[in-house]
Design a binder for this molecule. Structure first.
Ligand code: SF4
Ligand code: SF4
Length: 194
């Protein structure tokens, strides 16, 4: 017999109780340091988010998925990768919920648990930024873009923008290393990846 069905966060596909993980909200609260239970779904976060149009769930619906224990849907959503961590939502939330920290926590869990990554290109870009920081202690834009394009095999996408940036000296041809590279690396790279 099929399990009972609950409401969807967007009125779309129904959520099945069988998918619920009753520890999810507790886990996310502990890891992100923010109290999700106080969210009353006013949607202020989504209204202020500059990238909400590109997301599959608006930010408050991600909170709802976590509250419902919908682990797989939350970890496999595109929203958590589209989010750039700008904190616009976090500063506007009337309940002081740090939504950006929730998104970062969900990204971390998605990687740790081997979830299907909805936006692999964005993850590839994150990896190249971290590679640059690990190697030089800073983001070397040209190196990041070249390595990223080699990964995704899209050599000519945004080429005009890259050439303009080079012409205006917004990108250094050669990467320079910062002196305190080990301290910078400690800030950005998790200890298990150093
Ligand atoms: S702004 Fe805060 S309270 Fe309102 S929906 Fe977003 S997380 Fe919930
Ligand atoms: S932190 Fe993420 S979810 Fe919040 S406003 Fe910025 S992009 Fe949107």
């Amino acid at each position: 017999m099929n399990p009972p069905v609950s409401a969807s966060p967007r009125g779309g596909a129904a959520i099945r109780f069988a998918e619920q993980d009753r520890f999810l909200v507790r886990d996310i609260q502990r890891l992100s340091g923010t109290n999700l239970s106080s969210c009353f779904h006013c949607r202020t976060c989504g209204n202020g988010c500059p990238f909400v149009q590109a997301m599959d769930y608006p930010p408050n619906a991600i909170i709802r998925l976590v509250q419902f224990g919908m682990r797989q849907r939350a970890l496999e959503s595109s929203t958590i990768w589209i989010c750039v961590g700008c904190h616009t939502c976090s500063v506007q939330c009337p309940m002081n919920i740090d939504i950006a920290a929730v998104m970062a926590t969900l990204r971390r869990l998605a990687l740790e648990e081997g979830a299907m990554i909805a936006e692999t290109n964005i993850l590839d870009f994150h990896r190249e930024v971290l590679h640059s920081i690990k190697r030089y202690g800073r983001a070397h834009k040209l190196g990041i873009m070249l390595r990223y394009k080699a990964r995704v095999r899209q050599w000519f996408a945004d080429l005009d923008v890259g050439l303009k940036m080079l012409a205006r000296r917004k990108m250094d041809l050669r990467a320079s290393k910062v002196k305190a590279i080990s301290e910078i690396t400690r800030l950005f790279i998790p200890h298990w990846k150093r």
